[in-house]
Write a protein that binds this ligand. Sequence first.
Ligand code: 5GP
Length: 352
Amino acid sequence: LEWCVSVPKVELHAHLNGSVRNSTLFELARVLGDKGVIVFSDVENVIMKDDRTLHEVFKLFDLIHILTTDHSTVTRITKEVIEDFAAENVVYLELRTTPKRNDSIGMSKRSYMDAVMEGLRAVSSVDVDYSPAGLKTNTFNGSTRKKMYVRFLLSIDRRESTEAAMETVKLALEMRDLGVVGIDLSGNPIVGNWSTFLPALKFAKEKGLYITLHCGEVPNQEEIKAMIDFFPHRIGHACCFDEENWRKLKSAKIPVEICLTSNIRTETISSIDIHHFVDLYKAKHPLVLCTDDSGVFSTSLSREYNLASSSFGLGKTEMFQLAEIAINFIFADDGVKADLRATFEEAVKKLN
Ligand code: 5GP
């Protein structure tokens, strides 16, 4: 594991509210428990449960959102999550989150995202670059401290309407200069229809935002086919594909964000030795190891690398290459890619 920690890594599929430390969730739950808003012991049981079906995971998210969704807490968890990724040598992070509107506490999607940005600016353990392509405000200049790139993806929740999805896309466009680079479609896969989100996703694509979709978490072949035909820049999971869609995915060469622990813990894949990572890896299909929800699934990116290495018999050379090749699939410009490649070149000298 130590070696996997020391390798520089790229994280492309991490949900903000799924990556919150358990200790923070407990602390927040205790405060709300004392106020009588929730029953602390209920929360404790839910948070500590080890295996959860995909359905139970979404129930847990409803609970997490009660604990985290006010401006100051959003700021706090953003800072902590970024610092946690930095601590395990993530050199480029695309963090995704669903902008939330909650009129009762005066929260709009924009003010939610402003709270996220405040958390980003509060990060103190590393130098963070969140300046998008074209903006010459590189915070790295002259610094010798550890550095990290952070970019944001705004998630559309499958419970949302076309209008709400469109609002998220417009917000992403508004916040481009602040490091928002794309759109994600996530949320309970048995809820909502592809046709509801399509207009907003098309608009996003036309405007040059990058798109990644949660695709094939349940065996809905019609939706999977429609998603591949949309040609997103990446997809997440790709678990329940039939043969035809599998062929389509491979010929389309759409990069896949692989979340091993998440797939096993939610029973989307019954056991690690039959995980589709192997097939994609052997076919040299573009793929990247990711955490999904490091808090909810008690994992880390280093653990995911360690798990892949031990489960699929991959040595250090292969694992390093796997980490480095992820640079090709990031939603950032060539300058960032070149800088990351240099970081990996430096690292390989030190690791050997
Ligand atoms: P947030 O967007 O609130 O920061 O992060 C939590 C949200 O991410 C959840 O409410 C859910 O919409 C989405 N999410 C987290 N993990 C998963 C997953 O494994 N599958 C899907 N489809 N959505 C997820």
